[in-house]
Design a protein around this ligand. Sequence first.
Ligand SMILES: C[S@@+](CC[C@H](N)C(=O)[O-])C[C@H]1O[C@@H](n2cnc3c(N)ncnc32)[C@H](O)[C@@H]1O
Length: 264
Amino acid sequence: MTDRTENETKVTSADGRDVDRAWEQLAPDYERARTREDSLDRLVEWPAQREILGDVTGRSILDVGCGNGGKLAELVGDGAVSSAGIDNSGNFIDPESHDLQLINADLNELASMRELTGRTFDRIMFLQSFGYATDPVRTLTTARSMLTDDGFILLTRTQPIRYALERAEKNDTSLGEEYFSDSSYTYRSGWNDQIALTKRTYTISNLLNTFSAAGLWIEATVEPQLSEDTARRYPHKQAWMNRYLGILIFKLRPLPERQTAGAQ
Ligand SMILES: C[S@@+](CC[C@H](N)C(=O)[O-])C[C@H]1O[C@@H](n2cnc3c(N)ncnc32)[C@H](O)[C@@H]1O
């Protein structure tokens, strides 16, 4: 069932859950903004993500919440193989390689996706999409089970302090009150101010505890910043970063299976 208001689209699934379909409308605006010359994704985030991925030649990659698939297509162009992207906005580029499969599906169904049955991946990416997992520990645990032996997960999230500061500015409250508030947060993104996104708030400890609960350890964390040269060329972006900090990037590896009590 679809109930469309001017600004939001709510869809109710067969089991009665409210499914937020804002991204079906937002996807083209997001991709337009992402590919702008001065987008932070282009200037800071994607270069930092690529650096952590390293050489992808011969690596299979799963991109969860892949947007239009453009980032994954770039990785396949650079040698990645047998790769798949999942997104439920249905706004995909034409996959021009048999090593690139783009699947219109809900990332919350990762465990039961027919296209992924029995497959493993060297790299699994959640680039600004992890916040859409309704059961974050379950989703990460499933992803962990799909990693090859030396595989890792690359996961990025917006600094939660950014959202807390935005709410404090809007509500005339304090940073701490908003950072530790657990009510959900509805906001209109800069990509299209007609479409509202609703997010659950989170703290750094929520995030770290989620990784632990999913049996993952953090090999590296990066808080990417503009280079001096880029900051000079795009001072408005440096001013934004000075205020709102940017994103966190985590490289996550599976913890060794826990020994059961009494095991040798
Ligand atoms: C901020 S965009 C990030 C896109 C891409 N990963 C990137 O780095 O450019 C978030 C993406 O998550 C997708 N998404 C949101 N909820 C989803 C869900 N339940 N299942 C699959 N994809 C979802 C959206 O359609 C959108 O493409």
